[in-house]
Design a protein around this ligand. Structure first.
Ligand code: EPU
Length: 448
């Protein structure tokens, strides 16, 4: 582990077409929005499909940039990835000989590292680049590497790449993490499905996307079971088979649209929304004063309290599931700018995930950042349009929320980051009555 540099120093990332959102705020949103499949499930399901040579079919896959990057990465390995219809992917990983996940893929998306476990387990070797990801903290991968070693792999790190081998087969074993890691759990679980013997993973992440992956693996014939809330046990199989699966709905996208109703004082119905997966979040929003009612697969949001006396301040802290998701911290913080009183936000998962609030402060919010893990928000504040810059996709979606709540027009640079994780976000907001356009930087906006 000598080389602390994440990437080759000569690496030049591919230029991206920079985009901006132009949002005219102040409209009360109303109507119905369909929630897409979860990014953080879909990416792992695509990777899991390489555990078998048989064809797998995934439906309800979100049409987002990260899925496109994962599909491209798999194709570069020689995996057949078909996209026969919108939101449907079919994967066939017959002979994969090019067991190399390059820096080009890893720099675009941290989740490329989820290929370590399945490729190593099925083919006995892989060379995989140290991953990149969002600007939300250091985000190392030591837990993934230690988990593979616990399953008998040899892994060396040289010049930005992990060289992993498992001659013969991986061996089941005890994988014990020092703290909960979502992808660490998933990588260990994926590797263990084809290992010889039994693996016990603890503490195992409890996020719904992990359970979605367990469902799919079971369909593939894997013997994977959550035997306690934070324990997953896997009995390795010699081979797995092809399977079909519909991706679980995206609780983070759902949480974003809930706040869109709340901060514009509107009423929105979310369709295909995972109420069961949003327990702590919905409970928090209820305390703040947002009206929420859950149906079988719908969530009705009533944000009219915004105008009738307002929302109440609330202290929140992020935590692994079933706690308040770090990915829902940004929308929660935007909502708290509209609540009366002093709210404290404690970010416990990532060290740099509150920095984006400086942009909301420029829009008129009263936000103190006493240290990188804590924010103090005093509300309510009248937000106003501004030129702001997106740093990561969750913060980006939440800057749209702030812009919808603001008076005047907000120009949000770096809109392409949001494309990584939200399907047609501007179209969905427009259908609810918002005035939002996505424009290539430098192009003239001709929309009204
Ligand atoms: N960590 C380590 N070493 C590791 C792995 C993680 O120190 O080897 C640290 C991380 O730096 C972080 C903490 O452990 O401080 C927890 O990270 P975790 O491993 O749980 O995160 P992840 O699996 O890399 C997934 C999601 C993130 C989400 C987190 C937490 C995917 C592709 N990503 O990341 O989603 O924030 O879990 O819930 O599943 C996003 O979608 O925008 C996003 C960042």
């Amino acid at each position: 582990m000598a080389d602390a540099r994440p990437f080759h120093w000569e690496f030049r990332p591919e230029p991206v077409t920079r985009e901006l959102f132009r949002v005219k705020g102040g409209t009360v949103l109303s109507g119905t929005v369909a929630i897409s499949g979860a990014k953080n499930a879909a990416l792992k399901l695509l990777a899991a499909s390489t555990l078998t040579g048989e064809r797998c079919r995934l439906t309800n896959v979100p049409e987002i940039e990260d899925v496109r990057v994962m599909a491209e990465t798999l194709r570069d390995l020689g995996v057949v990835v078909d996209h026969p219809a919108p939101n449907v992917y079919e994967i066939a990983s017959g002979d994969v000989e090019w067991l190399f996940v390059p820096l080009e893929a890893a720099a675009k998306m941290r989740a490329s590292f989820i290929l370590l476990g399945p490729l190593l387990a099925r083919f006995g070797r892989v060379i995989i680049s140290n991953p990149g990801g969002d600007r939300i903290g250091r985000r190392p991968v030591d837990l993934h590497v230690d988990a593979m070693r616990a399953l008998g792999a040899s892994i060396e790190y040289r010049n930005g790449y992990y060289f992993a081998t498992a001659p013969g087969r991986l061996r089941g074993g005890e994988v014990t993490f020092p703290f909960v890691s979502v992808m660490g759990t998933e990588n260990a679980m994926l590797a263990a499905t084809l290992a010889e013997g039994k693996t016990v993973i603890r503490p195992a992440a409890q996020e719904p996307e992990v359970d979605d992956l367990i469902d799919f693996l079971q369909q593939m014939g894997a013997a994977v079971l959550r035997t306690a809330p934070d324990v997953i046990e896997v009995e390795g199989r010699k081979r797995l088979r092809g399977a079909q699966h519909a991706v679980v709905p995206d609780r983070i996208e759902a949480g974003t649209f809930i706040v869109a109703a709340a901060v514009t004082g509107g009423r929105i119905t979310l369709q295909g929304a995972p109420c069961d997966h949003l327990g702590t979040y919905l409970e928090t929003l209820g305390r703040i004063g947002v009206g929420i009612s859950c149906g079988t697969d719908t969530i009705e949001v009533d944000g009219t309290a915004l105008h009738a006396g307002g929302y109440r301040a609330c202290d929140v802290a992020t935590a692994p599931y079933p706690g308040l998701a770090t990915d829902l911290q940004p929308p929660t913080a935007v909502l708290l700018t509209q609540a009366t009183g002093v709210s404290r936000v404690n970010e416990t998962i990532y060290e740099d995930r509150l920095e984006w609030l400086a942009e909301v402060r420029r829009m008129g919010a009263r936000v103190d950042l006493p240290d990188p893990r804590n924010a103090v928000i005093t509300g309510p504040s009248a937000l106003h349009g501004m030129e702001v810059e997106i740093g990561d996709l969750r913060a980006g979606a939440s800057l749209i929320l702030a812009a919808l709540a603001a008076e005047g027009t907000t120009v949000i640079h770096g809109a392409h980051h949001v494309r990584r994780g939200y399907e047609n976000i501007e179209g969905k907001f427009r259908d609810l009555g918002a005035s939002i356009a996505r424009i290539a930087e430098g192009e003239t906006d001709t929309s009204s």
